[in-house]
Design a protein around this ligand. Structure first.
Ligand code: NAP
Length: 340
């Protein structure tokens, strides 16, 4: 088959690097444009020397018509609040668009304003984007040209809760989510809290019950449950480079034991290539999922409480790996290509 031509806008960020690494091992993809803001004219391998001899393509400007003409799929690895100003210029084309930012994940402008503190500048297109969680929305992803790739925290939390929400086995107003993230979750631009002397040998909660991902998580969990879901979400920054670990405390609606739930999860995810359900009381660990597109899920029951745990790599299943999984679904390719 002809190679699928992909371009990256915002290629010089952490998610851009991961996308390029995945494309280099994808049998049906060729990279046509690596569009950047600050590093125009430099070889990509000069920005990321690990790729010397493997991706020496010269970084280019964000030239809309050239990128459209030379691409089948365009990935956007821009910061939120920037994506919504740039993506509309690409929407009047036949290219498939995958946005890794949060700008097209929320279904309405009021929620966007509440989460991100500004008015959405492209609200007319919000309803066109499909939320790119393949395990939940595969058919819609197959049929769309525009995907909003889920956030890193939302991905692991939603995959952990989906089976019990869809079967009505937990209460939807008492879900507590305790999450830990590695420092690459903040992208490449330095911020004080992410500075090595601040974050090394330290664990701290941040944006307690006010993190911008909370509305996204509640929006998608509500769709899964078929009714409004209310969570308390407390993220923590931990001194590791990559990985996200979620511990989720829920209340069961009836009497169930660990074995029942494990069977439900094994059955629910039996055909999913990137979700692994832990067995025999084992718990997920970030070290077993980093650099992979896997989400590992574990569970335990204590009285009427169900405790769920999930682990992902924030940059792979939480961003670039999932984006490639979505691209594979949109094009009709084997979903796992480039990701194993
Ligand atoms: N990091 C994660 O774990 C993760 C996970 C899920 C989703 N995401 C989302 O994915 C997106 C990219 O994340 P990232 O971690 O790759 O970010 P990053 O490392 O900060 O990279 C951002 C990229 O966007 C470019 N950029 C910034 N402002 C721009 C502007 N005004 N115009 C054009 N280009 C601009 C930067 O170029 P310069 O080099 O020139 O500044 C850089 O290439 C973000 O929206 C983020 O929230 C990230």
């Amino acid at each position: 088959m002809n190679k699928i031509r992909v371009s990256l806008v915002g290629a010089s960020g952490y998610t851009g690097l991961e996308l390029v690494k995945i494309f280099l091992r994808h049998p049906h993809v060729e990279i046509s444009n690596l569009a950047v803001r600050s590093d125009v004219g430099r070889p990509f391998s000069e920005l990321f020397p690990a790729l010397k001899g493997r991706c020496d393509l010269i970084c280019s400007t964000i030239d809309v018509s050239r990128i459209i003409n030379e691409s089948d799929v365009i990935f956007f690895g821009l910061p939120h609040k920037t994506s919504m100003d740039i993506i509309p210029k690409f929407l009047d084309s036949d290219c498939k668009i995958i946005d890794l930012s949060a700008d097209y994940r929320l279904n309405n402008e009021e929620t966007y304003k509440r989460a991100y503190g500004i008015n959405h500048s492209d609200k007319g297109h919000l309803s066109e984007f499909v939320y790119g969680l393949p395990e939940f929305n595969r058919e819609k992803i197959r049929q769309t040209n525009t995907v909003a790739n889920p956030g890193c925290f939302p991905t692991g939390i939603e995959l952990a809760l989906m089976p019990v929400l869809q079967s009505g086995l937990i209460k939807t107003d008492s879900i507590l989510v305790d999450s830990k993230t590695g420092i690459s979750g903040g992208g490449k631009t330095p911020q004080p809290a992410f500075h090595f002397p601040e974050s090394n040998e330290n664990v701290a909660a941040y944006k307690v019950a006010s993190h911008q991902h909370e509305p996204e998580i509640e929006q998608e969990l509500s769709k899964m449950a078929g009714k409004s879901v209310d969570i308390v979400f407390v993220p923590h920054l931990v001194p590791m480079t990559r990985g996200i670990y979620n511990t989720i405390y829920t209340e069961l609606t009836g009497h169930l034991v660990s074995g029942d739930l494990q069977e439900l999860y094994l059955n629910h995810y039996k055909n999913e290539p990137f979700v692994r359900v832990m067995e025999n009381g084992n718990v997920p660990e970030t070290k077993h999922v980093v650099y992979t597109n896997y989400c590992d899920i574990g569970m335990a029951v204590s009285g009427n409480r169900l405790i769920l745990m999930s682990a992902i790599d924030n940059l792979i299943k939480g961003a670039s790996g999932q984006a490639v999984q979505n691209k594979n679904v949109m094009i009709g390719l084997d979903e796992t290509l480039g990701l194993n």
